[in-house]
Design a protein around this ligand. Structure first.
Ligand code: GLA
Length: 383
């Protein structure tokens, strides 16, 4: 069980409801009903004794839980078309589940999301060798990426709603990456049912940076079966084809007249059955059509059964669309559900995989004095 350890002032704010919460949190420009709340729960300890806290952000009809271990989103609760609330992301009921082996459920991934071929790159004439954790390749930051460290948390009012800012300093050389990298991830829940995630990073040596969130969505809720019935639209006219090890070939290929054309709402089950990769399903980076560096639509997902719809907007140039191909029933998650292949889908907004070794892809290099920023917004509604 979680123990409630919120400060007395804040605890009473939560207890007496939104009116007092507004005053205590100093939220302005919103009516009480729109103010939202943030609360903090103890979620356990890591094996080396570090305390892990869980933050509950509530606004509109949306409740998001995010913990300091891995800056992991553990739950996103949103209503279906009948107003029934359910949790639409995969994960575990307690910290122990997350401390075990799992494929990045809800995690903040970095320093570099996705794959770096052979775990090697050359920057400013120097070759760097990373921790290889995916065959010969480096995946999602290495053996101990940002998903497996305890972040510092700070509650704040971002202007858009209740927020928590997670921060972490990744030391020079961590997992083989150069430079001390100071990272922050701001999670905010808005009154109109949006989860905003804003990332920043600064370094003291040139380094690749590519941050993302690895939530696994099933809009059918926590007992939702498969995402094969979900309809997905990707606002992308091109994608980056990959080799058998899921490393991009370097080509930017049009989706037109291929199974990768999801520009119109497409039922996933049918499309997946047309793919001939193993394990079968989408695990590809799509090149978004929106203007470079600006916020724009990446994806829309609709579950005809529950009526839930989610749109994803981002400042990033790409989105890794992954249909849970590697899920094989090993992970028993929330409510004891064994997560099977295609149980959920991920929309990892990011720069393209292996960009550091691909000169024709947008650069992931962050130089000292520059500031890395990325914003992604997940918006929930019903139809
Ligand atoms: C990403 C990758 C997949 C897989 C998952 C985690 O989405 O593209 O190939 O590694 O992470 O299992």
């Amino acid at each position: 069980m979680n123990t409630f350890i919120y400060s007395t002032t804040r605890a009473s704010a939560v207890a007496v409801g939104l009116v007092l919460a507004t005053a205590v949190l100093g939220l302005t420009g919103a009516t009480n009903a729109e103010a939202g709340t943030v609360s903090k729960l103890a979620f356990g300890k890591t094996p080396d004794g570090k305390t892990v806290d869980l933050y509950v952000l509530k606004n509109g009809r949306l409740t998001v839980k995010v913990m300091t271990y891995g800056a992991i989103i553990t739950s996103i609760e949103t209503p279906d078309r009948d107003g029934e609330l359910d949790d639409v992301v995969l994960g575990f009921d307690d910290l122990n589940g997350y401390l075990g082996t799992h494929p990045y459920f809800g995690a903040t991934v970095g320093r570099v999301a996705n794959r770096i071929a052979k775990g090697k790159f050359t920057l400013n004439g120097k070759e760097y060798t990373l921790a290889a954790n995916n065959g010969p390749n480096a995946l999602h930051g290495g053996l101990k990426g940002f998903d497996k460290v305890v972040w510092k948390a700070e509650e704040l009012e971002s202007g858009d709603g209740p927020s928590v800012r997670m921060s972490y300093v990744s030391p020079d050389g961590e997992e083989g990456y150069p430079g001390n990298l100071t990272v922050s991830v701001l999670f905010t829940v808005t009154a109109d049912d949006k989860l905003e995630i804003k990332y920043t990073a600064e370094t003291d040596k040139a380094t690749p940076v590519n941050l993302s969130n690895h939530s696994y969505f099933n809009l059918g809720g926590k007992h939702g079966d498969s995402i094969r019935g979900h309809q997905v639209t990707l606002y992308a006219s091109n994608y980056t084809p990959v080799d058998d090890a899921l490393i991009p070939t370097g080509e930017i290929a049009p989706v037109a007249e291929t199974t990768f054309d999801l520009r119109k709402p497409s039922q996933l089950g049918f499309l997946i059955s047309l793919l001939d990769n193993t394990p079968q399903g989408f695990d590809h980076n799509f090149v978004l059509d929106k203007p470079k560096g600006r916020m724009g639509l990446a994806a829309r997902v609709f579950d005809p059964k529950s009526g839930r719809e989610m749109t994803v907007s981002t400042t990033e140039p790409g989105v890794q669309f992954y249909t849970g191909n590697f899920l094989d029933g090993t992970n028993k998650g929330k409510a004891g559900v064994a997560y099977k292949q295609h149980q959920a889908l991920c929309l990892e907004t990011q720069h393209f995989p292996d960009s550091i070794n691909q000169p024709n892809f947008p650069s992931t290099v962050l130089e000292p004095g520059q500031k890395y920023t990325q914003t992604t917004v997940f918006a929930f509604s019903v139809k």
